[in-house]
Design a protein around this ligand. Structure first.
Ligand code: GDP
Ligand code: MG
Length: 444
């Protein structure tokens, strides 16, 4: 599903056709992929329109290439399509925690119950499984097999027909045994299109066991049809979350995902295979990064973040030089962090408007090596806010304390303070020169 998008991104970033042509081709490919992944056609067009609009109205930040910026926009908008910044909470906020699984028969509830039990067991929780499917023959055996495979106890009552009673007794037993997470598997004898009946059954068991979370399991192969079920469920259950199974090997996964996301429901996990560990926490951004090619996306995002940090610093320096702000060690700290990747400090000064023409800046003196940066960051981590904001108060005894706290030598602390003073002097010099240049320019 959506597999060809990764190639399209590569081709877009490295291809030789003109930018406009490449954008056009990419958008066509995107539309084609999404529609063949069964995403609603209207959603697809509104997505690509949004992308085009942003291309028209927004400018790439300095140092970011147009092509990279374009992929960032695609990444943002695709993430929104699949749920935006919603990051599901998978670790329960209380213990014991009871999860009840509901859903149409054959969607993968029982399999998912096993996967969830395994997921939480691996995280160190004491987990119990309750088999309350009394309709499907051998349903309990299926769950017991899974439980045995992963070493999780399973509660069931072979031959008993009262699902509500089983669920209730199972949860009570595990509670008395101090289980931390209890997962209740239920029957789903109703087909799609019978949402009302499904929700009714869910209500009965719900009333009996009062779970902390109700999870609707949806099969990805139903594609856009997931919308009706998910939206009714989302309205009926305040504590409801959704798991979409069979994301592997179905062309309609994109349709199911985007349809469910459109209801505002939280997609917690996706099932990506029949095996016990084929369950993933669903995070829209991470999911999209993967379909677009993780490596490329991460590189672009990192670059954009660096540039943003750099811009912030540049603004601060402009303020300092124009006399509106004061340089503190906190600024030096932020600079060191941002500059680790961006190059020497002198570059920053050269970027400032009107400064480049001011001539040579003592570049070598302002260069800071990696080893030194590490030390200085440690030193600044050991300083108080007061010291960071007001380095002039740092006397001998403070220096000793800071060196001790950061595992460095007093000489290192001194050196950092000297670097700070050098920056201060450089700024003073720049201020003076700026005035000179302005005076000079004023004469024309
Ligand atoms: P239930 O009736 O809702 O309990 O569904 P089951 O758990 O019995 O699963 C029905 C079928 O779907 C089984 O053959 C499972 O192996 C399969 N299944 C469940 N989850 C997944 C998944 O994420 N991917 C694939 N490919 N198959 C799955
Ligand atoms: Mg089942």
């Amino acid at each position: 599903m959506l597999d060809n998008l990764r190639d399209a991104v590569r081709k877009f970033l490295t291809g030789s056709s003109s930018y406009d042509k490449a954008v056009e081709d990419f958008i066509k490919e995107l539309q084609k992929s999404l529609i063949s992944a069964d995403v609603n056609v209207k959603l697809v067009f509104s997505l690509t329109n949004k992308i085009k609009e942003r291309l028209k109205n927004e400018k790439p930040p300095t140092y970011i290439e147009r092509r990279e910026w374009f992929i960032k926009i695609v990444y943002d908008e695709l993430s929104n399509l699949f749920g935006g910044d919603k990051e599901p909470k998978v670790i329960p906020d209380k213990i014991p925690y009871v999860i009840m699984l509901v859903g149409v028969q054959g969607t993968g509830k029982t399999t998912t119950a096993g996967k969830l039990a395994y997921f939480y067991k691996k995280k160190g929780f004491k987990v119990g499984l309750v088999g309350a499917d009394v309709y499907r023959p051998a349903a309990l055996e299926q769950l017991q097999q899974l439980g045995q495979q992963i070493g999780v106890p399973v509660y069931g009552e072979p031959g008993e027909k009262d699902a509500v009673g089983i669920a209730k007794r199972g949860v009570e037993k595990f509670l008395s045994e101090k289980m931390e997470i209890i997962i209740v598997d239920t029957a789903g004898r109703h087909g799609y299109g019978e949402e009302a009946a499904l929700l009714e059954e869910m209500k009965n068991i719900y009333e009996a066991i009062k779970p902390d979370e109700v999870t609707l399991v949806i099969d990805a192969s139903i594609g856009q049809k997931a919308y009706d079920l998910a939206s009714k469920f989302n309205q009926a259950s305040k504590i409801g979350t959704i798991i979409i199974t069979k994301m592997d090997g179905t062309a309609k996964g994109g349709g199911a995902l985007s349809a469910v996301a459109a209801t505002g429901a939280t997609i917690k996990f996706i099932g990506t295979g029949e095996k016990i560990d084929e369950l993933e926490v669903f995070n829209p951004r991470r999911f999209v990064a993967r379909i677009l090619g993780m490596g490329d996306i991460e590189t672009i995002l990192e670059k954009i973040k660096e540039v943003e940090n750099y811009d912030k610093m540049q603004k601060k320096m402009e303020e300092v030089i124009s006399g509106k702000g004061k340089l503190t060690l906190r600024d030096v700290y932020n600079q060191l962090i941002a500059l680790r990747k961006m190059g020497p400090l002198s570059k920053l000064f050269q970027l400032l408007p009107g400064i480049g023409m001011l001539g040579q800046i003592p570049e070598d003196q302002l260069k800071v090596g990696e080893e030194k940066m590490r030390k200085w960051l440690a030193i600044m981590n050991s300083m108080t806010y007061e010291e960071l904001d007001n380095p002039s108060i740092i006397d001998k005894s403070r220096m000793r304390r800071i060196a001790l706290g950061s595992g460095t030598e007093i000489e290192d602390v001194k050196e950092l303070i000297e670097h700070y003073n050098l920056m201060q002097r450089t700024i003073k010099m720049l201020k003076r020169r700026k005035k000179d240049v302005e005076k000079l320019l004023g004469q024309f």
